[in-house]
Design a binder for this molecule. Structure first.
Ligand SMILES: [Zn+2]
Length: 336
């Protein structure tokens, strides 16, 4: 008898709690929203965008590249700025960089699926700049291994939120819908190899150059290298690591026995190592001009206005990036 009354008391209590909970949910707009969200995950709707210039090119057997736009981040380009790729093996696919927003990555994934239905085993991030990694979230549901330089995880933790805030301010929330930071789950200390089934890709972590966490991918069979932003073509190079370090790392990079390169910007496929030359010339000219300005006691403003301006006609977005490179590198060379 006593057990029965305890059981009915418990039942009554649970029923009362549930009634209060559901009534409060239904009476409060937030509660209803919360309940609705808990029951059904809202789909991410990407904004319509005019990106007719963005297409996927098959550059070699099993190798596909989306050349990025030579633009800065805008309210209408989904940050589709970096050159991104995928490589198809016998059993799986590797994606090399994912684009500049969830929607850029999602569109790339949709296009990829027209070429192959194989699982995506790896998403390789060449470095943490948002135009290369902010599409990662679009690939999350494929459950790949996210791969990066051993410093990438730290770089994402240090800068990811700042990048996301800045891009949201510049491009607006709609363009960045669904975008989030997805850190690497496999870190490359020096070298590593991944196997896509009959297709091996060699990964190499570089010293400070474009950033302090640049990773390259090399397909030894087809002699194609992906440099990430260790190589810019068309788009003015951007110094975010060390100009002297970059020039030093380029010597190591140039020894990789590739025949073709997919750069981080421009492309889609260029001749190797010839494609390195214009960028080397730019970095050397910038270094020489800055050393001269510093030696003559020139100011940072002078450096921004004069350094490497003779290179102007060779590059796109020169106004946007050269002065910034001059200031960054002025600070580095000032203390040589
Ligand atoms: Zn970059």
């Amino acid at each position: 008898m006593r057990n029965k009354s305890i059981a009915s008391l418990k039942f009554g209590l649970i029923a009362a709690i549930l009634t209060i909970y559901f009534t409060s949910c239904l009476n409060s707009p937030n509660g209803v929203f919360f309940l609705h969200k808990a029951l059904a995950k809202e789909p991410i709707t990407c904004p319509k965008s005019d990106l007719s210039g963005v297409k996927i090119t098959k550059v070699a057997d099993n190798i596909y590249v989306r050349k990025g736009l030579n633009e800065i981040f805008t309210k209408s380009n989904l940050a589709a700025i970096a050159t991104i790729s995928f490589v198809v093996g016998k059993t799986s696919v590797a994606v090399i960089d994912t684009g500049g927003s969830y929607c850029d990555g999602a569109r790339f994934l949709k296009a990829l699926r027209k070429f192959t239905k194989k699982p995506i085993s790896h998403v390789i991030n060449t470095h943490t700049h948002p135009d290369h990694v902010f599409g990662n979230a679009a690939f999350e549901k494929e459950v790949p291994i996210f791969v990066g330089h051993h410093n990438l995880k730290r770089a994402m933790a240090d800068r990811g939120k700042l990048y996301l805030d800045n891009l949201t301010r510049i491009m607006g929330k709609d363009q960045l819908v669904g975008t989030k930071i997805i850190p690497p789950t496999m870190l490359v200390k020096e070298k590593a190899t991944i196997d896509l089934g009959g297709k091996k890709l060699e990964l190499q972590a570089f010293g400070t150059a474009h950033t302090d966490h640049d990773l390259t991918v090399f397909d030894p069979e087809q002699k194609v290298i992906w440099t990430g932003d260790l190589l810019f073509s068309e788009h003015t190079p951007v110094v975010d690591g060390s100009i002297l370090g970059w020039l030093k790392q380029l010597k190591i990079l140039s020894k990789i026995p590739a025949k073709f390169v997919v750069p981080g910007h421009g492309g889609p496929l260029l001749k190797w190592p010839e494609a390195l030359e214009p960028q080397k010339q730019y970095l050397e000219k910038l270094t020489a001009d800055l050393r001269k300005i510093i030696e003559e006691g020139g100011t940072m403003r002078e450096a921004q206005n004069k350094a490497a301006v003779s290179e102007k006609n060779k590059w796109k977005l020169f106004e946007e990036f050269n002065a910034r490179n001059a200031s960054t590198s002025f600070k580095e060379l000032e203390w040589e």
